[in-house]
Design a protein around this ligand. Structure first.
Ligand code: AMP
Length: 146
């Protein structure tokens, strides 16, 4: 898929938002959903998606983008609080050529730990129970933010 084209409402994140596909949800509000990446590149890899349909940053409206980026910041803070990483990567891809594989805009929040390389994109499926524990811990940290 190139940057040209239409939003496809059968993408996996649209299905997660409609509860047609399962996800390990960390948090949900009127504008965004935050859930665990099931092929994490690091322990605690989280995705944040807007509820409004847009493929990428080039086409999302300003208001949902604002809500999205504020939630990204909150999730980064919660990940830092819950998991005590040495750094936090925040990233976002636009178009297949840039590395985007799911064409509903999303941000990655990926904790980084000294001496541990980031795993390859979308490679190893994590254990659901381990992801649920991480989601709980990050969700609690989120609820404790100001
Ligand atoms: P991107 O390349 O930025 O489009 O990344 C899509 C991300 O979604 C990858 O990191 C995948 O591991 C992740 N992913 C794909 N399917 C699912 C799913 N069903 N639940 C959670 N994460 C997913």
């Amino acid at each position: 898929m190139s940057l040209e084209g239409e939003y496809d409402d059968q993408n996996i994140f649209a299905k997660i938002l409609r509860r047609e596909a399962s996800a390990i949800i960390v948090h949900e509000d009127d504008d965004t959903m935050t859930f665990m990446d099931v092929f994490p590149q690091s322990r605690g890899h989280v995705l944040i998606v807007p509820k409004s349909p847009a493929r990428n940053i080039l086409e999302i409206e300003d208001a949902p983008l604002q809500a999205l980026i504020v939630q990204v910041k909150r999730v980064a803070k919660a990940v830092e609080k819950a998991l005590n990483p040495d750094g936090v990567f925040v990233g976002q891809f636009n178009g297949a050529e840039a590395g985007q594989t799911v064409h509903h805009i999303h941000f990655h929040v990926i904790p980084r730990y000294k001496g541990r390389d980031m795993g390859r994109h979308g490679e190893d499926r994590a254990d659901d129970e381990a992801l649920k524990k991480l989601a709980d811990d990050i969700g609690i940290a989120l609820s404790e933010l100001d």
